[in-house]
Ligand binder design. Sequence first.
Ligand SMILES: Nc1nc2c(c(=O)[nH]1)N[C@H]1C(S)=C(S)[C@@H](COP(=O)(O)OP(=O)(O)OC[C@H]3O[C@@H](n4cnc5c(N)ncnc54)[C@H](O)[C@@H]3O)O[C@H]1N2
Ligand code: MOO
Length: 413
Amino acid sequence: MLPPMISVAEATRLVAATIRPLGTELLSLSLAAGRILHEDLRADRDFPPFNRVAMDGMALRYDALVAGQREFLIAATQFAGQPPVTGTPATAAVEIMTGAMLPAGLDTVIRYEDLLFRTDETGQRHATVQALPPRAGHNVHRQAADRQCGELLVPAGTRLEPAEMAVAATIGAATVAVARRPRLAVVGTGDELVPISAQPAAHQIRRSNALMLQAAAWQAGAEADSFHFDDDPAVLHQELPALLAGYDAVVLSGGVSMGKADFLPEILQELGVEQRFHGVAQRPGKPFWFGARAGGAVVFALPGNPVSTFMNFYRYVQPWLQASQQPAGVAATGRGPVPAVLTAPIEFRPAMTHFLLVSLEYSPDGRLLATPERAGGSGDMASLLTSGGFLELPPEMEHFPVGIVLPVWRFRE
Ligand SMILES: Nc1nc2c(c(=O)[nH]1)N[C@H]1C(S)=C(S)[C@@H](COP(=O)(O)OP(=O)(O)OC[C@H]3O[C@@H](n4cnc5c(N)ncnc54)[C@H](O)[C@@H]3O)O[C@H]1N2
Ligand code: MOO
């Protein structure tokens, strides 16, 4: 028998109570894209580190232009990567390339497009300024204009996305401290399920949940191994202990409702997994069972209907995975539900949370619009293909009018 169901809020709280940091590892930056940073990254130099020439052309003293000089002797040519030219006479200039360090004493760069060059009879080159720069410092990216040496650039807890990778590389963070990836075992159960390469008999279907869960786990930054066990208590008793001991979390699908072959809640408890709840006032996904083993894995035993498995993963497992990768005391940012505007009225009378598949698009004025999908219930896995997320309709309401703003859990980028 299912005990009385708890609310989604309470289930969320009980799942969150099992979150603990899983540890830190040092990784070469080249392998760290997508990882959660476990150290602060600070500027090791000013940004930019020197007065950086921003246009190909000629560097000169702005004062000379103010004094009326227009033609300049090219005293030297300097490329990016070369030490700055020294000793340029006050009335001369340096032909210079983007990325070069501005020579001491010079302060302004005129681009080639605004110069006219000539070579005199002695072979020396001169350039005449055709268009005056608006101010001293034109076309120079000043040292420390963007960030100062020592400034905090990327705080611990940030995901290393491409922008963070660029900044980490430029400060020389060749090795970074990042979260260890959570290790997940995803397990499909059920005798009706055959391998995906098999031709199912009329009464059989192919195993799809474990591969779906594995892909979703990878998307959330976890390592995930996939297993399948039949609905056989002896097999489950034999196989599950190694998973409970060897993984941070075990995510099972199927075998948790009232059926005669729904053994998992009992077996998990026999194997020392303490039940935290069984049954959540939500549709779909009501028979969700959750437990934890002291010093071992957290167990999400998700209802087997594919849409139930899918939504429970995104609603409970994914936030757990993300929070487990945060450094101690740092909340996960940037993930979780976002507000969306309902575009068609919905009635839902049961006093439970309703997770409603929606397609998502932006209105011309930039609001995220959620349109209910015509889905066939928790077995209709094809409805996931045309959906971008699911709305969380709170249990205390029955009528959801057009225009109401509700949280949506997105499962596509
Ligand atoms: N008497 C009751 N029956 C059911 C209840 C209930 O409260 N009382 N709840 C229903 C709800 S809601 C759901 S959801 C399902 C969940 O049941 P289980 O978690 O025990 O899942 P199964 O019975 O094993 O499977 C349900 C369904 O999903 C298919 N499935 C399962 N695993 C996979 C997989 N790996 N790949 C693809 N498809 C899978 C399975 O074949 C079934 O069709 O229980 C209701 N019953
Ligand atoms: O709760 Mo079940 O997951 O509705 O189909």
